[in-house]
Write a protein that binds this ligand. Structure first.
Ligand code: ZN
Length: 282
């Protein structure tokens, strides 16, 4: 079973009234304002999955800053999942800085079938990964509900791109250390954090942390798979495409060229995410 742990879909309203959402949501603005970056509907994701051979896609939100953007997007992911049961797995996204509103929205989405929280974007949302006190309500809820939290990560080096931000490995490590009971998925190979799992105390702090490979073809050579498996373990790496930013087939090609053993490749392509989300792989 092939599972893409990092895709994004949005209702057509974000395409049809792009300017309105650019004005109201800082994250949408950071990601879409000066690029031709595409949004995709649930049907477009399903077509993509038919072409790529992906069996299940996790549909993430963005780290919304506008409450109505979050609500509209979260509702869309939930309804896409009920239209395509077993094929689209919905997460929900909120701004941890909303306090009780964030908790209520996460609780609402979980009760309607959301399987995780994210993607969160600390830079545009304005939360501080080191500020455990401010984050503890949402992270406490994630721990209690036993759902993973996907956090956008930034490489401290290399080229700039829309939405890159400064959520770098040191800051993500502080977040993981503060909430060891939360299963975090640090996106985009955690900005390079898997490398530091070679340090024993870092490996220990990452015992409940996963890394997804979203947008890898834009960031790393395919050797990243072999390196990350070696440094952080084959059970920690989740294939993610970042569709529609990148085609699923391109992401899959990267994994398959990544120099992994057949067993490790099968964990990365689906085994790890099915285990994390408790999805039956039958
Ligand atoms: Zn991201």
């Amino acid at each position: 079973m092939i599972l893409d742990s990092h895709t994004h879909i949005l209702p057509d309203d974000f395409r049809d009234h792009r300017d309105r959402w650019l004005a109201s949501d800082r994250t949408f603005n950071a990601l879409f304002h000066d690029t031709a970056a595409a949004t995709a509907s649930a049907n477009e994701l399903m077509e993509e999955m038919e072409q790529s051979g992906v069996d299940v896609s996790v549909a993430l939100g963005y780290g919304w800053t506008d409450r109505s953007a979050a609500r509209v997007s979260n509702d869309y992911l939930l309804s896409a999942a009920s239209d395509h049961p077993g094929r689209i797995v919905p997460f929900c996204s909120v701004d941890p800085g909303w306090g009780d509103d964030a908790l209520q929205e996460v609780e609402r989405c979980l009760s309607l079938g959301a399987r995780g929280i994210g993607e969160l974007h600390a830079d545009t949302q304005g939360w501080t990964p080191e500020d455990a006190k401010a984050l503890s309500p949402v992270m406490g809820l994630a721990a209690e509900a036993a759902v993973p939290v996907v956090v956008h990560a930034s490489e401290p080096v290399g080229h700039a791109y829309p939405g890159k931000g400064s959520t770098t490995p040191d800051r993500l490590l502080a977040l993981a250390t503060a909430f060891p009971e939360v299963a975090f998925v640090f996106a985009h190979f955690g900005g390079g954090l898997p490398f530091y799992a070679l340090m024993p105390e870092v490996a220990e702090a990452l015992s409940n942390v996963y890394f997804d490979s979203a947008a890898t073809p834009y960031l790393y050579r395919s050797d990243i798979y072999e390196v990350a498996v070696k440094t952080s373990g084959a059970d920690r790496i989740l294939f993610g495409s970042d569709f529609p930013l990148l085609r699923q087939v391109r992401g899959l090609r990267g994994v398959r060229n990544g120099g992994l053993s057949e067993a490790d490749e099968s964990l990365v392509l689906g085994g790890n995410t099915t285990a994390l989300l408790g999805i039956s792989s039958a």
